[in-house]
Design a protein around this ligand. Structure first.
Ligand SMILES: Nc1ncnc2c1ncn2[C@@H]1O[C@H](COP(=O)(O)OP(=O)(O)OP(=O)(O)O)[C@@H](O)[C@H]1O
Ligand SMILES: [Mg+2]
Length: 279
């Protein structure tokens, strides 16, 4: 495989078990206690410039898998090869660099935004911490990043609580972009928003992929959201990827019973564009 076609991220056989309960008897006998396998030998690849959807019911392991990619949750087994190196081997500075290059966007923008900090200051801080080019010229850096997320320059003076939910999510994306990532991991990033605002944000993710060449992992329990944005989709069930393929194929010709059940429970996903593909 030539370097150009090599995936930016290659995940193989990752496992996460959570200890549910460890009794005194377990401790004395040095038994691990009752565990639950939240992610069970999951493998997938993410191509450069690809948007991979991750769908599945509540508790299927989507968030655990997403967080393991940057070791916010430590994997128990498996390999996570990002740009040629295993994320699991990364130490202090290496792990910080992995976390700069793979940025997470969460459902609740408040979790990543300081409510007391104005938007411009938050963007600038992120850029400066990671020595991003241009971050020393405050205003133009902030304006450029705000422009990427289609917010006016005046948004720099606002605080998060003065913004609408959609605007706030744009700011969270802006802050992620300010550090110059190559991958965005969006975990239910539009799930809490109205459908019309959702569509605007999904279009933003598509534009960012095209303009910046970002690769995106898009976690969502709403299949309609995945249908609008993802080139390929992985369906998770009980910690495993039960089906993975192009979004058009999986939604129109599901091969796994669970995928069929999921589609039957969400009967009207907005159909993916027939021309959708990896840019
Ligand atoms: N820190 C934890 N400790 C123990 N169990 C956990 C922990 N985090 C997740 N789990 C369990 O792992 C399983 C997978 O959870 P996860 O949050 O990854 O699912 P999800 O697919 O993101 O669900 P949702 O759609 O509700 O966000 C669940 O059974 C959950 O209870
Ligand atoms: Mg989740």
């Amino acid at each position: 495989m030539s370097p150009d076609t090599a995936p930016i991220l290659s995940v193989s056989e990752v496992v996460k078990r959570f200890v549910l309960r460890r009794t005194l008897g377990d401790r004395l006998a040095r038994r691990p206690g009752l565990t639950q396998t939240a992610v069970d030998h999951v493998s997938f690849e993410l191509a450069h410039g690809e948007i991979l959807g991750l769908a599945g019911g509540s508790g299927s392991g989507k968030t655990t898998l997403a967080r393991m990619l940057i070791r916010l949750v430590e994997p128990d087994e498996g390999r996570i090869i990002f740009r040629g190196s295993d994320v699991r081997d990364a130490g202090g500075r290496g792990l910080r660099e992995v976390r700069r290059q793979m940025q997470m966007v969460f459902q609740d923008p408040y979790s990543s935004l300081n409510p007391r900090m104005r938007v411009g200051a938050a963007i600038l801080e992120a850029g400066r911490v990671h020595h991003q080019p241009g971050a020393e010229n405050g205003t133009s850096f902030v304006e450029r990043i705000l422009d990427l997320v289609r917010l006016p320059a005046s948004a720099a003076q606002r605080r998060p609580q003065e913004l609408s939910g959609g605007q706030r999510q744009r700011v969270a994306i802006a802050r992620a972009l300010a550090v110059g990532p190559e991958v965005l991991i969006a975990d239910e990033a539009v799930s809490a928003l109205d459908v019309s605002i959702q569509t605007q944000l999904l279009n933003l993710f598509l534009d960012l992929r095209d303009e910046l060449g970002l690769s995106i992992i898009f976690v969502a329990h709403q299949l309609s959201v995945i249908a609008e944005v993802a080139d390929r989709v992985a369906i998770m069930h009980e910690g495993r990827i039960v089906e993975i393929g192009s979004t058009v194929d999986v939604f129109h010709h599901p091969t796994h019973d669970y995928t069929r059940a999921l589609l039957a429970a969400h009967p009207h996903p907005r159909p993916p564009a027939p021309t959708g593909g990896v840019a």
